[in-house]
Design a protein around this ligand. Structure first.
Ligand code: GLU
Length: 486
């Protein structure tokens, strides 16, 4: 059985989390069907007011970044093209004209002011506004510049939604919807029906916000003599508090922003696929291949899915680790371009890889590198207050701190080898020699070389910073401490 799904975004420039999920699900369904499956990308650009130049490129780029591919689309063409709705104008008109001929549509010259008044009148009378109650008695012959409206056939309607179950609606929600606008372009309501039909789509997977319009679509399918594809309404993505649909204003970043923040595509795909779907197991981390294998429409949840950025960040951390552990440091390093701090620009790739190798398991996003690694690339600014206020160090006097640094400088300075193990041995010996707890002595050394709130294990940190720089930093801090005490 053929499975043909599609993603049909409108190029408005902002790619909401929910939009991308509407691409992932149909992609998974098509790929799961292997050679019987096809995934089509169609650009719904008929709303000229919302159209943003270059938005299509952003969509294609985002999908590619996520690792999604399509079998037909604006960039690669296909037998059902074109894939921009504005280039399919004639097709929609052809079908609209058929409806005109059948008496199932009419040319409607009513201007928008009059329509607005109808709405107001009905509001005042407290009756639900339906355009069909104001249907003009006589209508002109259609010519360009006049909108074409569907002539509704209001009656009880029933349908099945693969996610929402058996649904029904009464005549009160069926109206004379516009098919072709004044500008000659079709409405979404009309265009998608024609396109899905001509492109052979077997499944319409889209946000549940289109569910209330479905009775009107049913009427159109009926009038056009088209079999309705399977309807798969995807649950809303909700705000973290679960109260409302997640919107731009809720601080939800666009996918582009997450990408710029260093969220890995693997994590984004994984997170969004599981936002409203699960396979019934406890598994949380899925590769794309596993998602393709396990995804099924009957496990899409029918209630809204709460968006949880903390979870996304957690998953990203898991993916950072997984890539390093399974594919090696080079594979992870490749993904870090553009995420290093400014002062790393002269460092070699070799050196950056060493830094990455000891810090990757603390990263939540790749852009954490910017904040967390600066002290590996240049001497940090000495901040004596940070030392003195540290919770483990504040019990110690400045002179005590100074002499601890002294002992450390001597010990570390005498090391013949600066490898991780020799360093660990030397640090252990220092604990013994000074009688201090690791929290005290190691916090002191760690802060003195980094002035950062945390760093990887101390021996690893010192190993990467190098002997010369470590000793120089410890000495400089000692001098600063002494002059601070004077
Ligand atoms: N262009 C519509 C949107 O971006 C697509 C809905 C659909 O998939 O049919 O919301």
């Amino acid at each position: 059985m053929k499975v043909i799904t599609r993603f049909a975004p409108s190029p408005t420039g902002y790619i909401h989390i929910g939009n991308v999920r509407s691409a992932i699900y149909p992609y998974l369904v098509a790929r799961k069907a292997k050679k019987d499956g096809k995934f089509i990308l169609r650009i719904e650009d008929t709303d000229q007011a919302r159209y943003v130049e270059s938005a299509t490129d952003l969509i294609l780029d985002t999908l590619k970044w996520l690792g999604l591919s399509w079998d037909e689309g604006p960039d690669i063409g296909g037998k059902n093209g074109p894939y921009y709705q504005t280039e399919r104008k004639e097709l929609y008109l052809e079908y609209a004209k058929k409806l005109l001929e059948q008496g199932r549509a009419y040319a409607d010259p009513t201007d928008s002011e009059t329509i607005e008044n109808y709405r107001k009148e009905d509001n005042e009378k407290k009756i639900p506004y339906l355009y069909r109650n104001h249907r003009p008695e006589t209508t002109p012959e259609w010519k360009e510049g006049i909108p074409i409206r569907f002539k509704a056939d209001p009656k009880p309607r029933k349908w099945h939604d693969e996610v929402m179950g058996d649904l029904h609606a009464g005549p009160e929600v069926q109206d004379d919807i516009i098919l072709i606008k004044k500008d000659g372009l079709p409405t979404y309501n009309f265009a998608h029906i024609i396109d899905d039909y001509l492109m052979g789509c077997t499944h319409i997977m889209r946000g549940v916000e289109y569910l209330p319009s479905t009775p009107n679509y049913l009427a159109l399918y009926e009038a056009l003599g088209i079999d309705m594809p399977k309807i798969v309404s995807l649950p809303h993505v909700l705000r973290p508090d679960g109260r409302k649909k997640l919107g731009k204003r809720d601080g939800a970043k666009s996918v582009t922003e997450y990408r710029e923040d260093g969220i890995l595509p693997e994590a984004m795909l994984n997170y969004l696929a599981c936002l409203g779907w699960n396979d019934g197991s406890e598994q949380e981390i899925y590769t794309k291949e596993e998602l393709i294998e396990k995804f099924s429409i009957d496990r899409i949840q029918n209630s809204g899915a709460r968006y949880d950025e903390t979870k996304l960040l957690w998953m990203n951390g898991q993916w950072i680790r997984r890539i390093k552990d399974e594919k090696g440091i080079d594979a992870l390093f490749e993904k870090t371009t553009g995420f290093w701090p400014e002062n790393a620009k002269n460092a070699t790739d070799e050196y950056r890889k060493r830094v990455l190798d000891i810090i990757y398991d603390r990263l939540k996003t790749l852009s954490d590198l910017r904040e967390m690694t600066t002290y590996f690339f240049s001497d940090p600014k000495i901040n004596i207050d940070m030392l003195l206020n540290n919770k483990f160090l504040k019990k110690l006097s400045e002179s005590e701190l100074g002499s601890l640094l002294d002992i450390s400088i001597t010990k570390l300075g005498s090391l013949g080898s600066w490898d991780r193990n020799s360093l660990q041995d030397a640090l252990n010996a220092l604990l013994e020699e000074t009688g201090k707890k690791p929290a005290e002595l190691f916090s002191l050394i760690r802060l003195a070389v980094s002035f950062a709130p945390f760093s990887p294990a101390l021996n690893l940190t010192l190993n990467v910073i190098g002997k010369e720089a470590t000793l120089a930093r410890l000495r400089a801090v000692k001098v600063a401490l002494l002059s601070d005490g004077e």
